[in-house]
Design a protein around this ligand. Structure first.
Ligand code: FAD
Length: 391
């Protein structure tokens, strides 16, 4: 008898829990796990200073497991050091004549890759222009896991995010767009908690790391909403990746190592054109349902501003490693939002999709982190719940 706890369609999405789990386990997770180890996807450019625009540094930056080791200059790929061209010219603007205002285009035709660019992301706060404050980090050497960052400093960030920038919707009251923002953040929060539980410092003296299933239960499994939001966020980001298929297929994964770069290209194609994914969950999330009402453009600006604030709050995270992964994952979400809602309904003009190399790196790494979380919850959830019940 099927004793699944989560059944039916993931709320606001188009696929069911069981399909997500089997697709993730059999196809997506193995591909993503391999993809993030390639040279293209393992180096992330980031500004790691604590320069919080909201309050003063509270001195939390010095916890041992919080430190990030930056890449020496000779480690990260040579092509990443070359200056990147600036934005496309206004000739590249595409008029969306004849399209009803405020609707969202489900396709991204004729917007293929035209070279990596430095281009603003309206959903995020960071100025991505290369400068001396940016460093490259090898993500494989700095895994997202338990760091010891907790207490008032961490609480202040989550409180500021939830209370000021994406309040939990009173059931049935909020419009769908605001609900989506809340669920994306809550899903990301669940994923961070899952990774803390999956790789926890069990004994400081002997530096013993392992799983903390009680933490997984207390922070995530006990709250079905948090689990559901994790699945939602995964499907949302997966949809952004599949929507950008044309772009991602033609993008340049050049790190100066032809064998590795060919492998990256091949893994990307296997992900984008996966027959099992296309058969089982062809439209993981339907973005065309959003921003439909008369207030669509205004609402979009409001939510964009809230998301930008959340992005700025990442500079207040008082633990370097958490800040690194917080910035990466919020940039990944911002990239997904940019891909899904790139048509500017207000001016009825859309720019061809342009992504920064760092945005694509963040997007794929975020999808991998979410995929890892779903796999862990799927594998450990039933055992943990059984153990807790028998206590
Ligand atoms: P918290 O996780 O701090 O949660 C605070 C409150 O938010 C909870 O009491 C609850 O009311 C609500 N809440 C919790 N989960 C959800 C959810 N999924 N959806 C909606 N509401 C929720 N620590 C590490 O060890 N490693 C990391 O890599 C790491 N990365 C972080 C990244 C960021 C951006 C931030 C802000 C913090 C990070 N932390 C990390 C700290 C970690 O998230 C917790 O804040 C810390 O472990 C203390 O946990 P807590 O039990 O007090 O609850």
């Amino acid at each position: 008898k099927d004793s699944r706890k989560y059944t039916g369609i993931v709320e606001d999405c188009c696929c069911d829990y069981e399909t997500v789990e089997s697709l993730n386990k059999e196809v997506l997770n193995p591909l993503l796990q391999e993809l993030v180890t390639t040279p293209f996807f393992r180096y992330f450019k980031v500004k790691l200073w604590c320069d919080c625009p909201f309050w003063l540094d509270d001195g939390m930056c010095h916890l041992r497991d919080c430190s990030v080791c930056e890449c020496p200059d000779n480690e990260f790929p040579e092509p990443f050091k070359k200056p990147i061209q600036n934005k496309l010219s206004s000739d590249d603007l595409i008029c969306q004549e004849g399209k009803p205002e405020a609707t969202v285009d489900r396709t991204l035709d004729n917007k293929d890759f035209r070279g990596w660019v430095v281009v603003d992301n309206p959903w995020t706060n960071d100025d991505e222009t290369d400068n001396g404050e940016m460093t490259y980090v090898n993500l494989q050497l700095n895994p997202e896991r338990y760091t010891g960052y907790a207490g008032p400093s961490a609480r202040r960030i989550w409180d500021a995010i939830y209370t000021e920038n994406c309040p939990k919707y009173p059931s049935g009251e909020f419009c769908q767009e605001k609900r989506v923002l809340y669920k994306l953040i809550s899903g990301l929060h669940s994923s961070i908690s899952v990774h803390i539980g999956a790789e926890y410092l069990l004994d400081e003296a002997s530096n013993l790391w392992g799983q903390n299933l009680e933490l997984l239960d207390e922070r995530v499994l006990r709250y079905p909403d948090r689990v559901r939001n994790l699945y939602f966020t995964f499907l949302f980001v997966l949809r952004a990746v599949t929507k950008a298929t044309n772009y991602l297929e033609h993008a340049e994964y050049n790190t100066g190592n032809p064998a590795e770069d060919l492998k990256t290209q091949s893994l990307i194609r296997q992900l984008l054109y996966n027959p099992k994914l296309q058969a089982a969950c062809p439209l993981p999330f339907d973005e065309a349902k959003l921003w439909q009402g008369q207030s669509g453009p205004e609402l979009k600006q409001q939510i964009q501003k809230q998301f930008r604030n959340i992005s700025a709050l990442m500079d207040c995270v008082g633990c370097e490693k958490c800040r690194l992964w917080g910035k990466l994952q919020v940039l990944g979400l911002g990239t997904a939002l940019k891909i899904l809602f790139s048509v500017d309904g207000q001016n009825n003009v859309a720019q061809p999709l342009q992504l920064q190399r760092n945005e694509v790196i963040a997007l794929v790494n975020l999808l991998n982190r979410l995929s890892e979380s779903i796999k862990f919850v799927d594998e450990m959830g039933p055992t943990v719940e059984m153990t807790m019940k028998n206590r």
